[in-house]
Design a binder for this molecule. Structure first.
Ligand code: ACO
Length: 221
């Protein structure tokens, strides 16, 4: 028998994403994140296609590291994901070439944010940081604290696994609100209106209230 909708909405648990979950996590992201993350939405990432192979790779490449989490309801349906990976001083992730014209704009922005926020350069004692790369919650379950629960669980996992720092680039105003509530510190802000293309115009004009990308960090004690 199916659990009633109201009960399903309130009872979820946070569990690890295993390699065997990769396909269903991708199916979830194709339905939500690929379409509704503020940057993907404003450049119409999926206007011409049903998916973006480069974003799929970006999302799934860190799953084998075993640091990613998801929120599931009693019948095991996914209602939220938080894809996490390790960053070390040697990483230079976003400099890679990308053949997808729209997704390459996002990688370029992330490259700029990474360079200018310079998280590991600012904190040279940090040899291993945990990067929250992608957060997405089912549209019917938003505003109920699921993202906050996933970030909180990520922070606890970081402590158990001897990470010194957790970092997240928040392209959404709501992720910024969530991590600020959890005590993360904002160390970098870029206003989308100041990220200009070759034509001198902003590359991204997302819907309000998404006006900035902000880098937040949390020092694991
Ligand atoms: N309007 C106003 N405030 C909102 C809304 C909304 N629609 N949605 C969330 N909030 C606020 C909450 O009130 C809360 O703030 P508070 O702690 O001050 O009360 C904060 O945002 C976080 O709320 P949660 O309920 O924990 O967040 P939620 O579970 O709804 O997930 C998320 C937030 C992941 C951003 C979701 O809206 C989503 O999937 N959006 C589309 C994809 C996206 O933008 N992903 C994040 C990109 S950045 C990254 O991936 C690292």
């Amino acid at each position: 028998m199916k659990t009633p909708m109201s009960e399903r909405r309130d009872s979820y648990k946070v569990v690890s994403i295993e390699k065997s979950d990769t396909e269903r996590v991708l199916a979830f992201l194709r339905q939500f994140f690929f379409r509704d993350e503020p940057l993907n939405l404003c450049i119409g990432l999926l206007d011409d296609d049903s998916t973006c192979a480069e974003l799929e790779e970006f999302c799934t490449e860190s799953i084998p590291e075993g640091l990613s989490l998801m929120a599931v309801i009693p019948d095991n349906e996914i209602v939220g994901v938080c894809l996490n990976g390790v960053i070390t001083p040697e990483d230079n992730h976003h400099d890679e070439e990308c053949a997808h014209p729209k997704f390459s704009k996002i990688l370029k922005l992330l490259g700029r944010v990474s360079e200018e926020s310079d998280v590991l350069g600012r904190f040279p004692h940090v040899k291993k940081a945990l990067d929250i790369r992608v957060a997405s919650v089912h549209v019917d379950y938003r505003g109920r604290g699921i993202a906050k629960a996933l970030f909180d669980a990520t922070r606890k996992m970081a402590k158990e696994r001897d990470f010194q720092l957790v970092k997240v680039d928040c392209s959404s105003h709501f992720t910024a609100l969530a991590v600020a509530k959890l005590g993360f510190e904002c160390i970098y802000t870029l206003h989308y209106k100041d990220h200009l293309g070759e034509n001198g115009k902003p590359v991204f004009v997302p819907e309000e209230p998404h006006t900035t990308v902000k880098t937040f960090i949390y020092h694991v004690d």
